[in-house]
Design a protein around this ligand. Structure first.
Ligand code: NAD
Ligand code: TYD
Length: 341
């Protein structure tokens, strides 16, 4: 299979590329990536020498470029997206552009190139917050942040292309993912790198919001499973069924690093904060996938990786990162005078 992997220099996309090249000797990969603040060629360093990999620096919204690359390949796996909820609250426009319009450009190119498979990497956040029970694939999409709305908008287009053109699209809806090579803005890599430097770990609101964390290797394998064994036209949840709140994330990180709980700092809640996501992933399990990494073991592995790869993440926590950070985190009014975030 000749794959066009968009967003392949990002966190999950690069894991998928490294895994594909290691496990499918008959597959080749073209990575198309814009190298935004979240994209990093260093994520592909372990495989850049590989003759079955070609890297193209470009934008999924560039229709002419995407059409050329689609003609050279058999299937598209679309990881490319703006992905951070807090950034979508500050600047939603580029989420609509990349996540919605970019998906349209990719599907048009795939359709005209006659591809028999297209995989849209989506998120559990499209279901909106689920206070009780578990989301199943047939549930309604009720996104509540500009990020999740942009991912749901892309899914609406996928759905329309399936109905209108018989477009052979598969969708994966993954839960919160963690592991090596994750840009240090999402909770786990942010807390690990802050704790290494004895900086506060900012927990939104009460710290009780729940996520279902999946390890990056398990998520990449799920995408591979759906791509190769899934049925076009179907959607697949990707979750582990564990429910972890922010307080536990902070506790596991601090324990793994031997740092004190006094580093936890409650801050003003995220606007529109989804209190809980939870997935029923039995449809994916039926394809033969099961997660291999347990949460605490995954945290220990991830903490070790960040401790051993300061050269990878330290340059990312500079300049623009701290501008975003200062705009984003607001101390609780009572603490405003005594804590510096
Ligand atoms: P990431 O932010 O680490 O990487 C995104 C990649 O896309 C970067 O390499 C970036 O340069 C690239 N990109 C952005 N805009 C582009 C454009 N216009 N053209 C080409 N490339 C562009 O993201 P991630 O965490 O690896 O997420 C990958 C996918 O998985 C996304 O679609 C995301 O919505 C989905 N997802 C992520 C999570 C998670 O917890 N991280 C969970 C579920 C689903
Ligand atoms: P995040 O990693 O941003 O993923 P998402 O919001 O897309 O699920 O956040 C995961 C959870 O952690 C969410 O409930 C918000 C919370 N959180 C904090 O408490 N502090 C933080 O600094 C961040 C980034 C997230």
């Amino acid at each position: 299979m000749r794959l066009l992997v968009t967003g392949g220099a990002g966190f999950i996309g690069s894991e998928f590329v490294r895994m594909t090249l290691a496990t499918h000797a008959d597959s080749s990969v073209v990575v198309l990536d814009k190298l935004t603040y979240a994209g990093n060629l260093a994520n592909l360093a372990p495989v850049l020498h590989e003759p079955r990999l070609r890297f193209v620096h470009g934008d999924i919204c560039d229709a002419a470029l995407v059409a050329d690359l689609a003609r050279e390949t058999d299937a598209i796996v679309n990881f490319a997206a703006e992905t951070h909820v807090d950034r979508s609250l500050q600047a939603p426009g580029r989420f609509i552009q990349t996540d919605v319009y970019g998906t349209f450009v990719l599907m048009e190119a795939a359709r005209h190139a006659g591809h028999e498979r297209y995989l849209q990497v989506s998120t559990d956040e499209v279901y909106g917050e689920v206070l009780m029970g578990f989301s199943a694939e047939a549930d309604a999409l009720r996104p509540r942040s500009p990020y999740s709305a942009s991912k749901a908008g892309a899914e609406m287009l996928v759905s329309a292309y399936r109905a209108s053109y018989g477009f052979p699209a598969l969708v994966t809806r993954g839960s919160n993912t963690f592991g090596p090579y994750q840009y240090p803005e999402k909770i786990i890599p942010l807390f690990i790198t802050n704790a290494i430097d004895d900086r506060p770990l900012p927990l939104y609101g009460s710290g009780e919001a729940v996520r279902d964390y999946v390890y990056v290797g398990d998520h990449a394998r799920a995408v591979d499973t759906v791509l190769r064994r899934g049925t076009p036209g179907e959607d697949y949840n990707v979750g582990c069924g564990n429910e972890v709140n922010g307080i536990r994330v902070a506790g596991e990180v601090l324990r793994a690093l031997g740092k004190p709980e006094s580093l936890i700092a409650f801050v003003q809640d995220r606007p529109g904060h989804d209190y809980r996501y939870a997935l029923d992933s039995s449809k994916l399990d039926a394809l033969g996938w099961s997660p291999q990494m347990e949460f605490a073991a995954g945290i220990a592995t991830t903490v070790r990786w960040y401790c051993e790869h300061e050269d990878w993440w330290r340059p990312l926590k500079s300049g623009e990162f701290w501008e975003f950070y200062r705009r984003n985190y607001k101390p609780l009014p009572a603490l405003a005078a005594c804590r510096d975030f």
